[in-house]
Each structure stands twice: as structure tokens, then as C-alpha cells.
Design a protein around this ligand. Structure first.
Ligand SMILES: Nc1ncnc2c1ncn2[C@@H]1O[C@H](COP(=O)(O)OP(=O)(O)OP(=O)(O)O)[C@@H](O)[C@H]1O
Ligand SMILES: [Mg+2]
Length: 635
């Protein structure tokens, strides 16, 4: 049984506490299908999120089978299913692949057969089997909702929470989903709670909770709604609600709760006896409130709601007639249709989750033709642009020589030409290296800006379902490192093979490549950090582009910055450190030529440059980890 006692969710509004959920008391037995209805903004989603633990409960108690979830620990992620209104699947995957990935992430299966059986079962339960091979992006609204449901059912949750899963659907699809949820509540004692705007198909629910301004106005069988609110049609309930203050509704409801709960219980026992409902045998602990709030059996004629007197005097008189022999805990039905609780699902380890996340990331990458095309275009075109600019520098590089010792007039003219060429060579070498660095910085920002922000909702949902943030971070790092290496190597090899740089680098290409990789990695992981902190992919992209845009002017490679400004900004400019580090490995003649043409210090030393770039990478990763861990659930 799920039990809420004086359950509150409070926010701070203008310095004053405001109860968005106000002292809600509910008892929901196993094998129950409940709808939460109420006018827009009454707190339906907030209540659902607070039950799920996405919002922190401010006051009160929440019990699961008598266990105080606040004191004794939350439900296991596998025990709880939450189907949000938004789609939680990747467009590029098929229905089957989406369910497979989420199963691997959330369920520790014994073997491949176990995995297949689980996938087949949820495909059958949600009616998705015939379209298992279809891509998510071509699914209809109703099919997407069913997929969202299927992705939650893989763990066999005992508490299934659904937020507006039928909104925006045509009446047939809506009924189909409500019917499926109803059927799911009939198995294994599962509790299904569904928030809905729609007042259609209410007869399929075991109970309806009417919320008004965060307070309970009614919680009882659907058949009692019109009677309780004294209306002809359920459609008239919302206007009726608005006529009275929510506090009055709550107080009035408290007077009648027992009688309606008895009706719910009676209906439930009937279902169990007729074999339509099976509940597992779980010995529930008693909550401290059980004795206080124990409902007393009261005889009510079936469906004869007119017999229920709204006055509390009748209730009191009924209480006096209580028959202790018939008092039984709703969690211990005395019938034969009792199943053993289903086997407890265990969440896989972080390494297994990492492998699944990484495999899924590569699959999505290769399925997304636009992304593959963009990456290829960047990897090929960016080096080509550098080669194009380098071509002019090649002329000067070929003629590059140090000053001679002939001081005759013709000798001096030659010296002048050499000096002029030397300045051009210095400018070309410095410019080409900086150009490479800035383009790699741009690639880095393109790699990562949308990587987390673009799938935030899915990530939040998966984290909530038990996916480890470390596994998520590691999968992103591994995926991005592969991209970074390919991009940097293509840039390095293409440019240096086309450019007369061979004599310029005194030690080996390895040093130059190190800085190409490091600038790309620094920018990629800083932008990944930004992506993990931002609420939308657009904001993350914009900020990342600004960051790249500032690299060139603030590096001081083109125009020297005022000394004080340079000192302050330089530590943050990755391109500067990659540029200076690369220059450090030039042959002395070339190094001096660059030094002559730039007023910005180019001699911090290669190891300092590596250290600072490594620090930037680490900073980006720390930022990313914090961003991933941070709870950013938005409904
Ligand atoms: N974290 C929060 N901080 C401030 N206000 C909030 C927060 N969460 C919800 N609210 C406010 O609480 C009220 C209830 O919101 P909620 O989303 O639960 O309503 P709802 O009944 O689900 O509405 P709808 O039917 O439109 O989905 C709204 O006025 C909303 O703006
Ligand atoms: Mg809502």
C-alpha cells in the first residue's frame, strides 16, 4: 500500500512559504488504478513528482508497505516507473533498440534469453510488437506514449506513475492507453497512478483523486464523483470546484473519506474474489497511523450513491455499528488468488551501463546522417582552408634563410630582402599555427555544445531510473576522445604534408600533434561542461560559440593585447597555450622569426602550456560531472 500522511510540498514565494501540495492524505492499496484530475495548475504534476521523489517532500510522511520512505530509504529505481509527458526515446533508434538499451541500462539480466524475453514481454504488453522495427521519429503520438510506457515496464515496477500520457491523443488512442494502464494495474499488485486532464474513461479507474489548489477535494470511486459534487455530469465538476475555497473542499472531504474508502475496498475485494485482480502476498508493516486512521467497514449498497448522506452524523452512526470481525487490512486479502511478489530486479553495474551508453551513442551518431555529414565536412574542409592560407606562406618558407655576412651594397639589399622575407615567414608560421588551433577549438565546441543539453530530459529520466552519472560521463568522454583524435590527426597530417613545414619543426610532429589534440580536447570538454550546465542546447551552443570567438582576439597572436589585459585573460584562452606550446618546438631560426613579429610572449615553455591545457581539460570534466549530477528535472 502507498500511503501519504499530511504530505506537503512547499516553495518559498516572496519570502513566505507556499504549499503547492497541502496536507494530502491518501491510501492506495496494491493492484489499484488511480487517476489524478483537477483544473490546470492545481498541482497534479507536482504531487506526482513529489511522490516519485523528484521534488523533495517538505512535510509529512510517505509509506510504502508500511515502510517510511523518508526514514528508511527511497524505493529502488527498479520498483518505480515514471512515464513523463515528453518523449524519452532517441529519434534515430527503433522501438526495439530503445527498449533494449533501457533494459540493459536498468535491469541486470541473467543472459541474452532473459533480455529477449523481457523485451518481448513489454512489446506485447504495450502492443508495440508489430512496429518493433520502426524508427522512433516516425511513430505517432499514441505510439510514442506507448513506447514511453514500455520503457518503464522493463523493470516491472510496482509503482507506476504516468503524467498526462493521454494528452493530445485522439479518443481511440486515449482509450487504448487508459485500458492498457488499467490492465497493468491488475497484475502483480502494481499501483498505477495516472495524471490526466481528460474526464473521459473515468470508469476504468478504481479511484479518482480530485485536486484543487494542491488540496484533496475528493478521492473515491469514479461512480461517486457526480454524487459527491452534486452534479449531473463529470464535466461540471471543475466549475463546481471553483465555487468554493479549496480549504473548505478539503475539510468537507475529510468528513467523508471513510465511507468512500470503504467503497474502494469493497470494490477491490470483489475484484480479487472474481479473479480479475491478483496481488502479491507481501506482509505490510503497520504505519504509526494505521490505528489512528483505520477505516471501519460500513455497509454501502453497490452503486447506490444516493444512499450516502453527505452529513457526518450518518457516518458517526455507522461507526458505532462497526463489526470488528470484518476489519481486515487491505494488504492481506483472504483469497487464493495471491501471487508471490515478482523477482526483485537489480540495476546493472556502472561499467555495464557505460558499455550500453557508449554503444548507443555510436549507433545514434552513425544513424544521424546530418551529424555524420557535418563531421566529415568539418574534418575535410577545415584542414583544406588552412592549406589554402598556407600556400602563400610556402613561397616565403622556400626562400627562408638567415642573414648573411656580405655587407656590400648588393649584399645589404639582399640582407634587406632576407629580413623582409623573415618577417613574412614569422607571420606565416605564427598565423598558420594559430589558425589550426582556432579551427580545432571550433571543432571542439561543435563536438560538445549540444552533447548533454540536447538530451537533458532523457539523461535526467535515465539517472532517475538508476543510470550512474559516472557511467554517463565516461561514455561521453570515450565517444568524444575518439572524435577529437580523428579530427586532430587529419588536421595535423593534411596541413603538414601540404605545407613546407618540414624543416621548421626541429624535434618531431608528435609535439605539434600533442597541442592539436590538446586544444581540441580542452575546448571539447569545456564546452561539454557548458552543455551539462545549460538548460537548453541553444543556450549551450551560443555560449560555446562565443567562447571560440574570443580565442583569436584574446590570444594576442594577431594583435598584441595591453599587458595587464593579457595577463588576466590569457589563462582562459586555450588557443594561446596550444599556439605557444607548438611554437616552442620550432627550429631556432623559425622560432626567432616568429618572436620578431609578435609582441605577445611566446616563451612560457612547452611543459607549462601542456599543464595549463590539461588543467582546462580537467576543469571542463569537473564542470561536466557536476552538471550531470545536478538534478535538472523539468516537467
Ligand atoms: N518548483 C516550483 N516552483 C514554483 N512553482 C511551482 C513549482 N512547481 C510547480 N509550481 C507551480 O505550482 C502550480 C502547480 O503546477 P503543476 O505543474 O503541478 O500543475 P498541474 O496541475 O500539473 O497543471 P497542468 O494540468 O497544467 O499540467 C503551478 O502554478 C506551477 O507554476
Ligand atoms: Mg501537469
Amino acid at each position: 500500500m502507498l500511503e501519504l500522511k499530511d504530505f506537503c510540498f512547499t516553495i518559498d514565494k516572496d519570502g513566505e512559504p507556499l504549499n503547492l501540495i497541502d496536507r494530502v492524505n491518501l491510501k492506495i492499496p496494491k493492484g489499484h488504478f488511480m487517476a489524478i484530475v483537477g483544473p490546470s495548475g492545481c498541482g497534479k504534476t507536482t504531487l506526482l513528482n513529489t511522490i516519485a521523489g523528484l521534488n523533495e517532500m517538505s512535510e509529512g510522511y510517505i509509506y510504502w508497505d508500511g515502510r517510511d520512505l523518508e526514514q528508511e530509504g527511497d524505493l529502488d529505481p527498479a520498483e518505480l516507473g515514471y512515464v513523463p509527458q515528453f518523449s524519452i526515446a532517441y529519434d534515430e533508434l527503433t522501438v526495439d533498440e530503445s527498449i533494449e538499451a533501457v533494459t540493459k541500462l536498468r535491469v541486470k539480466t541473467h543472459d541474452i534469453d532473459d533480455l529477449d524475453q523481457r523485451i518481448d514481454r513489454v512489446l506485447e504488453e504495450t502492443g508495440l510488437a508489430p512496429i518493433a522495427d520502426r524508427l522512433v521519429k516516425v511513430l505517432s503520438g499514441g505510439q510514442k506514449r506507448r513506447l514511453g510506457l514500455a520503457m518503464e515496464l522493463v523493470t516491472d515496477p510496482t509503482l507506476l506513475l504516468c503524467d498526462e500520457v493521454t494528452s493530445g491523443l485522439d479518443p481511440r488512442s486515449e482509450r487504448d492507453i487508459v485500458r492498457r494502464l488499467h490492465d497493468l494495474s491488475r497484475r502483480d499488485g502494481r499501483i498505477v497512478i495516472s495524471v490526466t486532464h481528460s474526464l473521459a474513461h473515468l470508469e476504468l479507474y478504481d479511484s479518482i483523486l480530485v485536486l484543487h489548489e494542491g488540496r484533496v477535494a475528493y478521492h473515491g470511486p469514479p461512480a461517486g464523483l457526480t454524487h459527491y459534487f452534486s452534479v449531473e455530469d463529470t464535466e461540471e465538476i471543475y466549475p463546481r470546484l471553483a465555487k468554493q475555497d479549496s480549504n473548505k473542499w478539503r475539510k468537507s472531504w475529510e468528513k467523508h473519506v471513510d465511507i468512500y474508502y470503504q467503497k474502494i475496498e469493497k470494490n477491490r475485494l470483489k475484484l480479487i474474489e472474481s479473479g480479475k485482480l491478483s496481488v502479491p502476498l507481501v506482509a505490510a508493516k503497520k504505519t504509526p497511523y494505521d490505528d489512528q486512521t483505520a477505516t471501519t467497514p460500513i455497509e454501502i449498497e453497490d452503486e447506490d450513491w444516493d444512499d450516502i448522506d453527505n452529513s457526518s452524523s450518518r457516518l458517526t452512526s455507522k461507526r458505532k455499528n462497526k463489526n470488528k470481525k470484518t476489519d481486515q487490512s487491505s494488504d492481506q486479502p483472504s483469497n487464493d488468488i495471491i501471487k508471490e511478489a515478482s523477482e526483485h530486479v537489480r540495476t546493472p553495474g556502472a561499467f555495464s551501463q557505460f558499455c550500453t551508453l557508449l554503444a548507443r551513442r555510436w549507433k545514434i551518431f552513425f544513424r544521424d546522417r546530418g551529424q555524420v555529414f557535418l563531421q566529415l565536412a568539418i574534418m575535410i574542409c577545415f584542414p583544406l582552408i588552412v592549406i589554402l592560407f598556407a600556400d602563400q606562406g610556402n613561397v616565403n618558407l622556400r626562400n627562408f634563410s638567415d642573414a648573411g655576412t656580405d655587407y656590400s651594397i648588393s649584399g645589404l639589399k639582399e640582407l634587406n630582402a632576407i629580413a623582409s622575407n623573415r618577417a613574412k615567414v614569422g607571420g606565416a608560421v605564427s598565423g598558420i599555427i594559430m589558425f589550426q588551433m582556432v579551427l580545432l577549438a571550433l571543432m571542439g565546441s561543435n563536438n560538445a555544445a549540444r552533447e548533454i543539453a540536447g538530451e537533458r530530459k532523457i539523461m535526467e529520466k535515465e539517472k532517475f531510473g538508476g543510470v550512474s552519472p559516472s557511467a554517463y560521463l565516461l561514455s561521453k568522454i570515450t565517444f568524444l576522445v575518439a572524435i577529437i583524435l580523428v579530427q586532430s590527426l587529419i588536421m595535423g597530417i593534411a596541413v603538414e604534408s601540404a605545407w613546407n613545414f618540414k624543416g621548421a619543426i626541429s624535434t618531431s610532429y608528435v609535439n605539434h600533434f600533442t597541442f592539436l589534440v590538446m586544444i581540441n580536447a580542452a575546448m571539447t570538454f569545456i564546452c561539454l561542461g557548458i552543455s551539462s550546465m545549460m538548460k537548453t542546447a541553444e543556450k549551450a551552443s551560443l555560449l560555446s560559440i562565443y567562447l571560440v570567438g574570443f580565442q583569436l582576439p584574446l590570444s594576442g597572436a594577431v594583435l598584441a593585447l595591453p599587458h595587464t589585459v593579457g595577463e588576466f585573460t590569457r589563462p582562459f584562452i586555450s588557443a594561446y597555450w596550444a599556439w605557444a606550446g607548438s611554437l616552442d618546438h620550432l627550429q631556432t631560426g623559425y622560432y626567432d622569426a616568429v618572436k620578431d613579429v609578435t609582441q605577445t610572449p611566446i616563451d612560457p615553455g612547452s611543459s607549462t602550456c601542456i599543464t595549463i591545457l590539461a588543467a582546462q581539460i580537467i576543469l571542463g570534466l569537473i564542470l561536466t560531472y557536476i552538471g550531470i549530477k545536478r538534478h535538472q528535472w523539468e516537467h
